[in-house]
Every structure is written in structure tokens, then in C-alpha cells.
Design a protein. Structure first.
Lengths: 222, 275
């Protein structure tokens, strides 16, 4: 099972390495969102600094929607999913392999977005460990949730418009908890940052549990 | 496990009443009870229950607002439970077939999930509207970016997405299983909405009814009993609408499965019989 997950993850990462969609398209889009937020908030440094945590997670969530769509677009063409299953891979291995690859890509997106915050919004990080742990939990949660919804909408005619409608509200707990944790780490809130990170971890574990249960039903019918 | 095919939807529909109606003796009685209960509720809420010392008459909106969200929660929990049953009945190794759902229990649970989610969305919308009206009177604005309000809107949009997913053309088995997975993910938002007033600093007041043993009540007297009665009334009304909606979904399946020729032949027979 672990070997099959690694095979699928490696396949997606090789495709990504060759096409570089994350680096050339998704990362610039996320950075662009951060820039556009500055336009919308009248480039007010104090306002941008106060909302930096939330703006980071909103921008990354948009990136996750694009990443999830891309992750299953490469399988929809030519019935690749059927090919993977005919090759003997179990649905859970396909789903977790794709989720792992998307999580790694989301970490890359998160690193660039965090750099964007530091440069564009001039924020100061007070707790790097909190940023890293909350960031990793959040990226993994976005990746699993995105993979589940990507699998849910793969092959549907209205997948392009439906995926954001489905994914964004369901990812809201990650957005809320991640924002609170980042607010504390960036020194804009005196809340309990680790409590919010614990909530992120609970949401992540819940998504993992749902993912284990859902892999078969989603990919057998995809 | 061997899946048993659904006996005959048409026969079932005929037993329930007719091919075009969703009513039965039981639902008609339930409907009369529901309407009467709403009448008594209006009497209690508008005349017998007193105005609040601080909020005045706007407190009467609570008798719709609070029961609505509880019924919505119930609908979403039922959707999740029914969805888990769908996944269980159609799991690999349970004798499932590709294309359509052969197992009649799975079909029934799928309809329960769909009907309950629609009820949940309807009553969440009612909660948002009454909450907005109450906010206009109490806070001076229809909308505040408050934690409870925001999470409730997210819940509403999540289940709108669920209903959109159910509406997409697909083979019944794939659609049911896909929707079931989404319902199980979406239900995670429920505790977040409910506990948002405790987790975040929020304008929204704390829970009016504390059902925990020994918990404090924020309201007492006629207000408390009227609120409890409203909750029971909304439950009966939701049950009534839900049963009808379940039967509508069954008739929709029936219509999908019946061939055009069959329907035309039936119509000709009806005309020939002078009906």
C-alpha cells in the first residue's frame, strides 16, 4: 500500500516537474491575490499587517482550488484513472498518493505566499514554530480536502465552476483556525495560537478519516 | 451480501396513493396536526409570551429563529447518517453493481439524505432571514461579520453545493456515493457553527436553551415554554414536509426509470377510460 501511494505521488510530482504548473501558474496567482488585496485595502500598511494572517490563508485557499483541479485534470484526460485502477492500484493508494503530491505542492505555494507576506506586507514573525506547524497542518488539510473534492468532481461537465463552490465553504474551518494561529504568530492577536493549531490538527485528522472511508466510493465511480 | 433489487417503484407509488400525489392518510393527519400546532404557536408567541425587557417585541422572532436552526441541524445530521448508510450498503464487496443502485435500502437512504438536506437548507435560510431582521431591530443593521452569522452562511453555502452535486446528471450509484462523501465532510462544519459563539468573541448571544444537566437557562417562564413548544412544532412541520419531499424524490426516480412508451400507453389508457 505505502509503495503504491509513493508510486502515485512520484508520478504526479514528475508530471508537475515537467509541466511546472504550480511554479509558473499557481504560485504567481497566489502572489497576485496578495497584491490585489493591497489594492483593495488601499495599500494601507497597518490594515494589511493586521489582516496578513487571513489574507495569507485566503490566497493559499485559492491556490488549493487550482491545485486540486489540476491534480485531477491530468487524470481525466484519456481515462487515466481507469488506467491506474486497471494497473492494479487500489483506490485508497491513488487518493493518498495524489493527496501527498498536492500537499507537497501546497507547501511550496505556502512558502512563496509567506515570503510574499514578509516582503509585500512588511510583517514581523514572532513565533516561527507556530507558523511552520500551523502552516503544515493547514496545507495538508487543504490538500486532502482538495483531493477528495477533485475526485468528486472529476469528469463532470461543470467541474470548473462546481469545485470552488464545494471546496471553499468546506475548507472554512482550516481558514478560520489557520488565520487565528497566524495572527498570534505575527503578533496581531493575543489569542491561544497553539489551541487554534490543535483545532487545525483535529480538522486534519477528520479529513484523513473521511478520506480513508471515501477513497473507494469516490474513485470506483469516477 | 446479495443486493435485492427494489421491488417495483410503480407498485410502491400506487400503494402510497397515486403516481402523481405524495399524500397519504397518515401525512394528511400529520399535516392537520402541523397546521394546528403552528396556529397555537402563533398564539403563544404573539400574545401569551411577554415582550422582553431589553429587546421588546423583537424577541418574538426567537420563536422562529431558534427552532429553525435546530431543525436545520437535525436535517444535516440525518443527511450525514443516511449518507453513511448509503456508503455502507454500496461498499465494495457488498455485491454492488456499477451504474444504478440495485440495493433498495441504499436507494431509500439516499432519498432520506436528499430530503433531509433540502429541509436543512430551507430552515437555515429561515434562520438567516429571521436573524437578519432581528439584527436590524437590535443591532441597527441587517448584517454583522459575526462568527455565528458567518459560519452559518458557510454552512448554508456548503449544503447548497451538496444539493448542486446531487442535481448533476450522473448514474444513480455514482451520484449517491459522491453526495454521501460530501455530506460526511460537510457535517464537520456543524459543531463549528454551534460553538462559534463560545470560541470567538461574538455579538451573537449565547444559546437560549441549555440542554446540559444543571445548565443555566437564559430565559424562563412563558418564554421558555413557548420556545420549547415552537421547537416541537417546527419538528412536526419539518417531518411533514420531509415525508412529502422524500416521496417526491421517489416519484422523480420513478419518472426517470419509466420509459416514455410506458407513460404514453398509460396516458392513452386513461383517455380511453374517460378519466
Amino acid at each position: 500500500m505505502w509503495r503504491e501511494i509513493w508510486l502515485v505521488c512520484r508520478k504526479d510530482l514528475i508530471i508537475e516537474w515537467r509541466a511546472r504548473v504550480t511554479l509558473i501558474q499557481i504560485v504567481p496567482t497566489v502572489l497576485l491575490v496578495l497584491v490585489v488585496f493591497a489594492f483593495a485595502l488601499d495599500a494601507n500598511p497597518s490594515l494589511l499587517g493586521a489582516g496578513a494572517g487571513g489574507l495569507f490563508w485566503v490566497a493559499v485557499l485559492f491556490g488549493a482550488v487550482l491545485g486540486a483541479k489540476r491534480s485531477f485534470d491530468i487524470e481525466a484526460e484519456g481515462g487515466n484513472l481507469d488506467g491506474l485502477r486497471l494497473g492494479g492500484l487500489v483506490p485508497a493508494a491513488i487518493l493518498w498518493g495524489k493527496a501527498a503530491a498536492l500537499a507537497l505542492q501546497m507547501v511550496l505555494v505556502g512558502v512563496f505566499a509567506a515570503a510574499g507576506l514578509l516582503v509585500l506586507y512588511s510583517v514581523t514573525v514572532h513565533d516561527w514554530l507556530l507558523i511552520v506547524v500551523a502552516g503544515l497542518c493547514g496545507m495538508a488539510a487543504f490538500a486532502i480536502c482538495g483531493t477528495l473534492y477533485g475526485a468528486m468532481t472529476v469528469g463532470l461537465r461543470s467541474a470548473d465552476t462546481l469545485l470552488p463552490l464545494l471546496l471553499i465553504p468546506v475548507a472554512a474551518p482550516v481558514l478560520l483556525a489557520g488565520t487565528r494561529a497566524f495572527d498570534v504568530a505575527l503578533g496581531t492577536s493575543a489569542d491561544q495560537g497553539w489551541s487554534w493549531t490543535a483545532l487545525l490538527a483535529v480538522v486534519l485528522v477528520t479529513y484523513i478519516a473521511v478520506g480513508w472511508a471515501a477513497a473507494g466510493p469516490l474513485l470506483e465511480d469516477a | 451480501m446479495i443486493e435485492t433489487p427494489e421491488p417495483d417503484l410503480r407498485q410502491q407509488a400506487q400503494r402510497a396513493g397515486s403516481l402523481t400525489m405524495t399524500g397519504s392518510v397518515a401525512t394528511r393527519v400529520l399535516g392537520v396536526v402541523a397546521i394546528a400546532a403552528v396556529g397555537v404557536m402563533a398564539l403563544l408567541a404573539l400574545w401569551i409570551s411577554p415582550a422582553d425587557a431589553v429587546q421588546g417585541d423583537s424577541v418574538r422572532l426567537m420563536y422562529i429563529h431558534v427552532p429553525s436552526i435546530w431543525v436545520a441541524y437535525g436535517g444535516f445530521v440525518l443527511t450525514a447518517f443516511a449518507s453513511a448508510r448509503v456508503l455502507w450498503r454500496t461498499r465494495s464487496g457488498a455485491g454492488g453493481t456499477y451504474g444504478v443502485i440495485a440495493d433498495r435500502h441504499a436507494r431509500r437512504w439516499d432519498r432520506v439524505a436528499g430530503a433531509a438536506a433540502e429541509l436543512g437548507v430551507l430552515f437555515t435560510a429561515l434562520t438567516l432571514v429571521t436573524g437578519s431582521l432581528w439584527g436590524r431591530v437590535t443591532w441597527g443593521t441587517y448584517w454583522q461579520w459575526d462568527a455565528r452569522l458567518t459560519t452559518t452562511v458557510l454552512l448554508f453555502v456548503t449544503y447548497l453545493g451538496y444539493l448542486a452535486l446531487r442535481r448533476l446528471p450522473a448514474e444513480s450509484r455514482a451520484r449517491a456515493r459522491r453526495s454521501a462523501v460530501m455530506a460526511l465532510i460537510a457535517v464537520v462544519n456543524l459543531p463549528i457553527v454551534h460553538y462559534s459563539v463560545d470560541w470567538w468573541r461574538t455579538l451573537h448571544q449565547e444559546a437560549s436553551l441549555n440542554l446540559e444537566p444543571g445548565g443555566d437557562r437564559n430565559i424562563t417562564g412563558e418564554m421558555y415554554w413557548t420556545l420549547l413548544y415552537s421547537w416541537a412544532t417546527f419538528t412536526v412541520v419539518a417531518l411533514w414536509i420531509g415525508i412529502h419531499r422524500y416521496r417526491v424524490l421517489r416519484l422523480e426516480e420513478l419518472a426517470e426509470e419509466a420509459s416514455l412508451e410506458e407513460l404514453l400507453a398509460q396516458r392513452r389508457d386513461e383517455q380511453a377510460a374517460g378519466r
